[in-house]
Design a protein around this ligand. Sequence first.
Ligand code: GLN
Length: 445
Amino acid sequence: LQSYLENIKERKDLNAFLEVFENSAKEQAIAVDEKIKNGTAGRLAGMVIGIKDNLCYKGHKVSAASKILEGFESIYTSTVVERLIAEDAIIIGRLNCDEFAMGASNENSAYGPVRNALNEDYVPGGSSGGTASAVAAQLCTVALGSDTGGSIRQPASFTGTIGLKPTYGRVSRYGLIAYASSFDQIGPIANNVEDIALVTEIIAGGDEFDGTASSKEVPSLTPTPLKQKMKIAYIKETLDTDGVDPEIKERIEQLVNCLRADGHELIPVSFAYIEQMVPTYYVLTTAEASSNLSRFDGVHFGYRSNEAKGVEETYIKSRTEGFGDEVKRRIMAGTFVLSQGYYDAYYTKAQKVRRLIQDRTNEILAQNDFILLPTTPSTAFELNSVKDPIQMYLQDIYTVQANLAGNPAISLPIGKHSNGLPFGLQLIGKHFGEKELLDTSAYLM
Ligand code: GLN
């Protein structure tokens, strides 16, 4: 803990932590030490873990990196944090992110951008940019993020770390500040597959406080050697396009050939909905966000405008002053697609396309163990370089499939670009197939 606390001070420029829980972390460390001496310590004894600032931890502040939650303190602890602490992990602090987890560069935080630990002129990705940069810079051992459309995997790809988005329903969302509830999942970023496996196993499983958390049994996720050769589908279109950096494509092709040489079957498949992926995702997630974020009204939580008189004005002024531009853009887009005149044209239509994407994903996975594709079309970009929101949304082109379909997906660091930055490979697994996904990840690493 001490050495991580020192690293955090040394790398203050990264702006990865919004707050370090120095006191509670030290108390936890002392208590764990005692348990280790007594032989009663849990399975994460002493593991130092950071949490994205959209996870509640009783008695500690939580802001979703938004001004609208300024000063708000959690009144209960999220299930994931509860489970980590029950196994004697040490929670070191809350990590910066895009406001309400909306973004792909971590430039949308009300508390300033996070910088990429590997090159501070570049973004770490988002929205779990603090999570990824902290793990890459050794500011904690593991950190939790949330992934609605790639927010764990894309920052992992940009920082040379490993990030897992579990199956929708594998991990309880109780105590996660909601962005788009039918997409959101909590998951870890770490520097090795074993840590990902252990933390996922501990946070996974049914929860009486989240009706969408599956009570399906959680197997041991500790990676074990592969028992048989794999059958992996790779999406042809992702290698046939100018939209993906040539060095990333080349590295993936090389990997496909290596795996073939090792006796695995690699099957090129076509995925006809790539163009529809990002629009479908943004119609549905903005709709859900506009509804989820209606609770931030200046009355119940956090920030309240000083200027306002009366209830109506309190709502309007608090929201106007409290939310950032990207969040407002999404609330408006979501309200629009849900409005009476446009509901069928946008929302209902997007639900139908979501079903087509789910069906095709499951069809491929009925015949193959995994789907392989790039995590991102490029490596990290320079801070302040992507100004057009649509351009930023296109960052998510290869990550949203797993959220639209609910499947588990992992990003593994597989190369370094000639620009010096890392990039990831993505594997999508079958529903609740975290064990197979992690075994294969360990094999590939
Ligand atoms: N970049 C995507 C978005 O802005 C993903 C965010 C996320 O997964 N939380 O919505």
